[in-house]
Design a protein around this ligand. Structure first.
Ligand code: ATP
Length: 131
């Protein structure tokens, strides 16, 4: 089976560099499935799960924004944050979710709703990937 190297980097450092048979992720324009030999492209990613497939198994990462760069033999993901399921603190994500929901429900006009919505998306994504 042909593979491509997947490298995931955040401001905190590298998260993963391994070979996979397929990468699926959610770009702003929709779901992308990348196989070895794909034409070069750059795409902005949404707050979502990146799914990495090989040997009939799947690894997942919770990604927060950023970009993917595709070359025929390599996919590089540069993201603001990226966590493996085992690195996700579920309690922290639950707290972030509650905090964001409280802010979204409050009628105060000093609340930055867009920021709260993004925080909620990050928390839900972590909960989805982490459990
Ligand atoms: P919180 O409000 O809990 O800080 P957040 O969504 O604002 O959540 P981010 O700004 O996206 O957090 O991330 C800051 C750093 O903390 C990143 O390195 C990210 O990987 C890490 N991080 C955030 N939430 C979690 C979590 N639930 N489990 C593990 N790492 C997390």
């Amino acid at each position: 089976m042909k593979t491509l190297t997947v490298s995931v980097v955040t401001p905190d450092g590298p998260v993963l560099e391994e070979d996979y048979e397929m990468v699926s992720c959610k770009a702003e324009t929709g779901e992308l499935g990348i196989l070895p030999g794909h034409i070069p492209l750059v795409a902005p990613l949404t707050i979502s799960a990146v799914r990495l497939k090989r040997n009939n198994g799947e690894d997942r990462l919770a990604i927060n924004g950023g970009f993917m760069e595709v070359r025929p033999d390599k996919v590089t993901i540069l993201a603001q944050s990226a966590e493996k399921p085992s690195d996700i603190n579920i309690a922290r994500a639950e707290e972030a979710k509650s905090r964001a929901e409280r802010r979204l429900q409050s009628k105060q006009d000093n609340v930055d709703f867009q920021r709260a919505e993004l925080a909620l998306k990050r928390a839900l994504n972590r909960l989805d990937v982490g459990r």
